[in-house]
Design a protein around this ligand. Structure first.
Ligand SMILES: [Zn+2]
Length: 399
């Protein structure tokens, strides 16, 4: 088993542990910053590590299109290519490819060049062409070519990337599809799970862990059945994906009854919650028994001028691009060790940098937001180990 559980909270399902990978241990519960395109945008690997992060997440879909998984393999795998020697988890590409078809375009894809610039056609739009049992046919947003992404292709790409944790290829069902669609899709995702695990058993790199993905939308019976299928599949860990509902209360309910299926004999399988990273969701997720989380939110917010601060009433956020900060001498936050806070830079200066689209501002706020979440998760972990989890959760929520 990859996960060693070191302590459990008495009142909730929260647990603290250590996840062993081929490139070192991940202290859990943990937030995993996105290194979508082989970089935590704006930061160096050493800076990410210094913030206290053990693991980052690379994006198979983007990396297989550009620069290509084969090239990355020749240049030392993702670790050697990007100069990060710690654990790396890669997603399967399913989320990105299905986002193109389901209309909920992933924020990463928004960064593709627009079709027409200065009257000239630039790169073609990515588009999903068909979803078949074999896999998904799509048009590459990089060069317009038609590509097939089958479960085996995703696993092969993740093998070439040499990630420590690979995620199986699944269909990420959006919120607006009906029960019948979700049912057909979830069953196909289970068949793809078997194909991914079969491919990995034969060709996967030694030491690479494989996480199965629980789907089933917001339907309790389907989620529970999916959790049982994935847990019994022989995978090394469980990721919870797809639509978790329209609002937070529903998301917590879905995660709660999904995790309930993963207790008992499967309790030592590590649990990852895909794409969730709001501060209140991280606290609640830990309470519900989640070990790791990933999300574009903290780094994306930082690049757009919003900083995470100790302000639960305002969703722990302050928008520094607002004119109210134009002449504020107030530092960003007390008790933060990031470079912006440690040097006491004023909100006025940070606001000016962001309104001027200065790279330094994006870098400073990205670092600050990741410092904030690293501290949050370390506080939660420490509290579980010390038997003070409920008190810590209440403090962090400002109760
Ligand atoms: Zn800071």
């Amino acid at each position: 088993m990859a996960l060693t559980i070191e302590a459990r909270d008495r009142a909730t399902k929260a647990r603290a542990g250590s996840l062993r990978t081929a490139h070192g241990d991940v202290r859990t519960p943990a937030f995993v910053p996105l290194a979508t395109k082989a970089t935590v945008r704006g930061l160096l690997p050493a800076e990410v590590k210094a913030l206290g992060y053990d693991m980052v997440l690379g994006n198979t879909f983007h990396l297989m299109l550009n620069p290509g998984a084969d090239l990355i393999e020749r240049l030392g795998g993702l670790h050697g290519f990007m100069g990060w020697d710690g654990p790396i988890v890669t997603d399967s590409g399913g989320f990105q490819v299905f986002s193109m078809g389901h209309g909920t375009v992933a924020d990463e894809i928004k960064s593709r060049p627009s079709r027409v610039r200065n009257g000239e056609s630039v790169a073609p739009e990515g588009a999903i062409l068909s979803i078949e049992e074999q896999g998904v046919c799509f048009r590459s947003y990089v060069d317009g070519s038609e590509r097939l992404l089958a479960p085996e292709d995703s696993m092969a790409a993740q093998a070439s990337l040499h990630s420590d944790i690979a995620l199986v290829f699944d269909e990420c069902t959006p919120f607006h599809v009906d029960r019948a669609y979700t049912e057909r899709s979830t069953e196909r995702t289970h068949r793809w799970l078997t194909r991914c695990l079969d491919w990995h058993a034969e060709h996967g790199p030694a030491g690479q862990l494989v996480y199965g993905i629980v789907q089933g939308g917001v339907y309790r019976d389907m989620r529970r059945a999916s959790a049982r299928v994935v847990a019994a599949s022989g995978c090394d860990g469980i990721a919870i994906g797809g639509s978790l509902g329209a609002e937070k209360a529903q998301m917590y309910e879905v995660v709660g009854y999904t995790v309930a299926e993963l207790c008992g004999e499967h309790e030592r399988l590590p649990r990852h919650l895909l794409g969730i990273g709001d501060v209140d969701d991280l606290i609640r997720g830990v309470e519900l028994g989640i070990d790791t989380f990933d999300c574009a939110m903290p780094t994306r917010l930082g690049r757009h001028g919003t900083a995470l601060v100790d302000d639960p009433k305002n969703r722990w956020r302050v928008d520094l691009t607002k004119s109210v900060w134009r002449d504020s001498e107030q530092p960003l936050m007390e008790g933060c060790a990031c470079q912006a806070c440690a040097t006491g830079l004023s909100r006025a200066y940070l606001s000016y940098l962001m309104r001027s689209s200065e790279l330094t501002g994006m870098r400073l706020l990205t670092e600050h937001n990741l410092a904030f979440l690293a501290r949050l998760m370390a506080d939660l972990r420490g509290a579980i180990l010390d038997g003070q989890f409920s008190e810590m959760a209440a403090t962090l929520r400002g109760e």
